[in-house]
Design a protein. Structure first.
Lengths: 142, 288
């Protein structure tokens, strides 16, 4: 099919993926944005959240945290500190992390640790969300 | 001349040492392969960061972000030194430590205060016994580390830089060129060195969100962590390569020693037999 755009996701430890897709939807710092073929060159930071791409009509989800995106007309490069495909996310770990973060949020008074707990919380939440979305889109088994 | 039995025992000991060095060589080579893989996987990430950062920073005035700005007066210099946790890798660690002390001395002669970040047990052991100001130490981390470690170090460094504890930060690590060449390397981390202006201006026309400045504020701290991670990976790779070479030499020396000792052993045996024969012949002669 024509009008595909190349999606590349790179983390410090691996090249997660490099595939031709139809559409990419990513969580930018100032709101979600979508990218199709021939998008204008664009550079933005990403917030913690779930990114999705469409391929052959199906939606696939990827969890990303701490990164930024470079968009050119033919390619989307995502550089993230953490990136996990929906099927790689461990539900159990994410749930535990959420519980831990909840406890910490109730205890912590100090600013720095509070911020850390909060971002840990956000990561856990979005991991779970990402997984849920993938399951409901049918691209990831329970 | 050393006695029979003594030589025999020595041969046994050397052979055992040889087994150990050989095993260490193999372990190091396996680990080296892993470390090289990690560098390879990290390269595209680091290169992209560098590319984007150079592009961004070429568009702005350094005064715009505290991590880019050159401070007027440099009163203290931070040095991040990355060494291995374990020895037995030739002069690898002492080369790194020498480079670091030389740099520290040079800066101290200019009247600057030196503050150290020690990564790896070897440099921590060295510097804590001397009169150095160690801001932070990370011993026993080189065995297994991931980006999180670079993240921690980076955050600490950036925070103390922003609190004016340091006005300049250098990173000293062992750069991995090849199996036989690892070189201590110094690179400046803070303030972030801006790419040389090629005179062509920005390469590409991007839209920026939220803005060039906002994006820089996001990317700069990460870029520093990327640099630190690069240093960690390179050092660990160099460490294993250096250990392989050292252990290879040790194994060869063992072979040589065994050869020499065997020769001595045979000579001693021959001498004993000859003298015994002489005795017998002498005895028989006397009975006649």
């Amino acid at each position: 099919m024509a009008n595909l755009i190349k999606l590349e996701i790179v983390t410090p430890d691996r090249n997660l993926m490099s595939e031709d897709v139809e559409y990419v939807g990513a969580p930018g710092v100032s709101g979600e944005f979508g990218v199709l073929h021939n998008h204008t060159p664009f550079l933005t930071a990403l917030s913690i959240g779930s990114l999705f791409y469409k391929k052959e009509g199906r939606k696939y989800y990827v969890f990303v945290s701490g990164g930024f995106t470079e968009v050119t007309p033919t390619k989307v490069s995502i550089l993230a500190e953490v990136a996990e495909k929906a099927e790689e996310i461990s539900l159990e770990r994410a749930r535990k992390a959420r519980e831990r973060a909840e406890q910490r949020l109730q205890q912590e008074k100090e600013q720095i640790d509070y911020a850390r707990a909060k971002s840990a919380m956000a990561r856990a939440m979005y991991r779970l969300k990402c997984r849920d979305e993938a399951v409901s889109a049918g691209t990831c088994s329970m | 001349m050393a006695s029979f039995r003594e030589i025999q025992r020595k041969i046994g000991a050397v052979k055992k040492t040889k087994q150990i060095t050989k095993a260490m060589n193999m372990v190091a080579s396996a680990k080296l392969r892993g470390a090289q893989d990690r560098i390879e996987r990290f390269k595209p990430y680091a290169e992209k960061y560098y590319e984007i950062l150079s592009d961004l920073s070429a568009r702005v005035d350094p005064g715009i972000h505290p991590l880019l700005e050159q401070r007027d007066e440099v009163k203290s210099v931070g040095i991040i030194l990355v060494t291995s946790d374990k020895g037995l890798c030739g002069a690898f660690n002492s080369n790194l430590i020498n480079t670091c002390t030389k740099l520290a001395k040079e800066k101290a002669d200019q009247g600057k205060e030196i503050k150290l970040f020690c990564v790896g047990k070897k440099c921590y052991d060295f510097f804590r016994r001397r009169k150095f100001n160690i801001l932070e130490a990370y011993p026993e981390v080189m065995g297994s580390f991931d980006f999180q470690l670079a993240n921690d170090i980076g955050t600490k460094v950036i925070n103390s830089y922003l609190e004016q504890e340091m006005d300049e930060v250098q990173l000293v690590y062992g750069e991995f060129y090849s199996m036989v060449k690892q070189v201590p390397r110094t690179s400046q981390v803070l303030p972030v060195v801006q790419a040389e202006d090629t005179g062509e201006g920005p390469q590409s026309e991007y839209l920026f969100e939220p803005s060039v400045e906002g994006l820089l504020a996001e990317i700069l701290p990460r870029y520093i962590k990327v640099q630190v991670y690069r240093g960690l990976l390179d050092t660990s790779c160099s460490e294993h390569a250096a250990r392989m070479t050292a252990m290879d030499n040790a194994t060869r020396n063992c072979d040589e020693m065994v050869e020499k000792l065997t020769l001595a052993y045979n000579k001693a045996r021959q001498a004993a037999i000859t003298s015994e024969l002489m005795d017998i012949v002498g005895g028989a002669e006397a009975l006649r």
